[in-house]
Write a protein that binds this ligand. Sequence first.
Ligand SMILES: Nc1nc2c(ncn2[C@@H]2O[C@H](COP(=O)(O)OP(=O)(O)OP(=O)(O)O)[C@@H](O)[C@H]2O)c(=O)[nH]1
Ligand SMILES: [Mg+2]
Length: 332
Amino acid sequence: MFLDEKTIEVRSGKGGNGLCSFRREKYVPLGGPDGGDGGKGGSVILRANEQYTTLLDMGNLHTYKAESGKDGGASRCTGASAEDLIVDVPCGTLIKDAEGRILADLTEPGQRWIAAKGGKGGLGNTHFVSAVIQGPEKTTRGGNGEKRELFLELKLVADIGLVGFPNAGKSSLVNKISSARPKVGDYPFTTLEPVLGIVSYAERTFVVADIPGLIEGASEGKGLGHEFLKHIERTNALLFVIDGFEADAYKKFQSLRRELKNFHPKLIEKPYVIALNKADLDIEKAAKIFKTKKEKIICTSALNGKGTKELVKALDALVPNKHKRKIGWESK
Ligand SMILES: Nc1nc2c(ncn2[C@@H]2O[C@H](COP(=O)(O)OP(=O)(O)OP(=O)(O)O)[C@@H](O)[C@H]2O)c(=O)[nH]1
Ligand SMILES: [Mg+2]
């Protein structure tokens, strides 16, 4: 429901045509050429707007089309130029073409980028007078507008980072609680790159990051984890996802903590929530151990949704209010 990527089409306006016309006035027998130039076509300009927080704020429009310039008039009248169409996007929006090449990165509030340039106005016949040709009939047509498809991507910094061993159900939980749909598979390392998802709670949203599973030794570069531990350095809090059906679930949790500490001691100082996942299976044994160790857990099942509401509430409590974004553009 909440987009952080979006495809749009932009079309700039065509330039107005130049006019061929001659002065016709009473008592002026040989009026010269007086055809005016065409007006400029409107450009489509993307602008970073700090009021926007997600691409949803842009609304549902797919095609953004600027108007064409007006044709030139008689008596050297230049046709009206069309207004540029300004399209607001959230700050931090990356703009790519259909091949994935980066065209612009709108980070600063107010920063603009011409997505489609309006066509130039055509020239009226007044421009083509020469010593030889006194009454030219030549004009030029207005330039064509541009049309292109753009892929917008908004990079969101995650508030909560998911940490767990492969197959614990991290991606399944992210599917359940957020807008993102990371791939789920019954084999380790299904997730190869971090996936960000927006979670909404109490009219506000925050961002979770599903990262590839960690394995023992991740802090020394084993598996895929090392690279991605960097991503969770910037999050406010962590969500440990533990497969509760595994007999040594608590040991797994300890081993995850150890990896984090080895990577960066600051990581284990972050506030956290533990989701003991796969609660549709028998996870009682594991749950008891966590309780005796005085670790607060939330029993979840990404399969049937048990505990996921409670999980979202607990995560929301760990995100500072100033990081949360208001849902919807109508609330601004
Ligand atoms: N029974 C049960 N199975 C689950 C649950 N959550 C996930 N699974 C299954 O566990 C397997 C792994 O799920 P993923 O969500 O891909 O796990 P992951 O932690 O993202 O795995 P990696 O990306 O490989 O690190 C899949 O077969 C899921 O269907 C759950 O709550 N209950
Ligand atoms: Mg995964």
